[in-house]
Design a protein around this ligand. Structure first.
Ligand code: AHG
Ligand code: MN
Ligand code: MN
Length: 339
């Protein structure tokens, strides 16, 4: 039968099932885990869509029309993701940017073979000004034997991820993920409540059009980083062609634009914060997994992000991520001009 575009769409469920068919020993657990995340994303998306109405519908004192106290959206997103995954038997432990400690799976549920880490609401300062925010997730296979997952399950080298992805709550809602076989993007069709395949096999351009960095930190960067960014300004045309600047202040949104259009995102360390700002396990590692799958690169300036073994949950790392040749340019410039 011929596929009619109006009646034949590829939902995220169908896409994952079809991918899995090529791997006969797949048990489907990872696929189901991705649907759990997708469901959580839809719940979060619907809350974000209403965020601007809070002032219209809500009454003073942070309570809504039903008299319930309003939850901050990052807490709401955090709880939503935990609830989407804790009862399924697919996960043994979770960790979140919003929780100081590991998040155990409640006793009454069985423990699965995956450890999941997430930044439930990335770029949350953008909420109040109606700009894009996101959710980032990262999945590892457990290394502990059974029962409740442990620190060892979540503190694994980034290259051990079995899946990673993000959801962008932008002008449309997109879910982009990889299980190590390419990067695939889905757009939420709000009329049917399904994520539909819109961007199969995303590859990022080798050289980007954009650079994204918070330049207010310029004076505190080391000379290597300053020289690299000067290169992006177009000040050293013998070394690199200048780029356009774009910075939203929401990693997911900045990353997504650069992934599709080509570009480089930097959050270097500086005098005040030598480790930078971003979290290795919730932000840098999952994005590094995606960008490498899309043909780009990610480094802390000296070593690939995916080679770093975290030694604590909320570890920060400098991050340089994006189009392959641009990341190489930054690492070489740092090597040459040094700290
Ligand atoms: P979060 O909202 O999860 O704390 O993350 C915010 C992060 C990231 O999304 C963004 O790239 C960065 O903070 C922006 O930081 P600056 O405001 O320092 O530029
Ligand atoms: Mn974040
Ligand atoms: Mn966050």
């Amino acid at each position: 039968m011929l596929a009619n575009p109006a009646t034949s769409v590829t939902t995220i469920e169908r896409f994952i099932l079809e991918q899995e068919r090529n791997f006969p020993d797949a048990t489907g657990e990872l696929s189901n885990l991705l649907y759990d995340v997708a469901l959580g994303a839809k719940v979060i998306a619907s809350a974000i869509r209403r965020a601007g109405l809070v002032h219209v519908l809500g009454s003073a004192g942070g309570t809504n029309v039903q008299g319930e106290e309003q939850m901050k959206l990052d807490i709401f997103a955090n709880e939503t993701l935990k609830n989407a995954m804790c009862h399924t038997g697919r996960v043994c432990v979770m960790a979140s940017e919003e929780d100081e400690q590991l998040i155990p799976i409640p006793e009454q549920y069985s423990h699965g073979k995956y450890a999941v880490l997430f930044d439930p609401l990335d770029g949350s300062s953008n909420i109040d000004v109606n700009c894009s925010v996101g959710t980032i997730f990262s999945v590892y296979r457990r290394v502990s034997m059974e029962g409740s997952g442990t620190m060892a399950d979540v503190l694994q080298r980034g290259s051990e991820q079995v899946a990673a992805g993000y959801v962008l709550y932008g002008s449309s809602v997109m879910l982009v993920y990889s299980t190590g076989r390419g990067v695939h993007g889905f757009t939420l069709d709000p009329t049917i409540g399904e994520f539909l395949l819109s961007h199969p096999n995303i590859m990022t351009p080798r050289v980007g059009r954009y650079y994204s960095v918070n330049e207010s930190n310029f004076a505190r960067w080391n000379r290597g980083v300053q020289m690299a960014v000067r290169g992006f300004h177009g000040d050293t045309p013998e070394r690199i062609k200048g780029k356009k600047s774009r910075y939203i202040g929401s990693l997911v949104a900045d990353f997504h634009r650069n992934l599709i259009a080509g570009g480089i995102f930097l959050y270097p360390g500086d005098e005040k914060n030598p480790e930078g700002k971003l979290r290795l396990s919730y932000e840098a590692a999952p994005m590094a997994f995606l960008i490498e799958q899309a043909g780009g690169g990610a480094t802390d300036g000296y070593r690939p992000i995916l080679s770093i073994v975290p030694d604590r949950l909320h570890q920060r790392t400098p991050l340089v991520i994006g189009s392959h040749d641009d990341v190489v340019f930054v690492t070489e410039t740092i090597k040459e001009f040094g700290p």
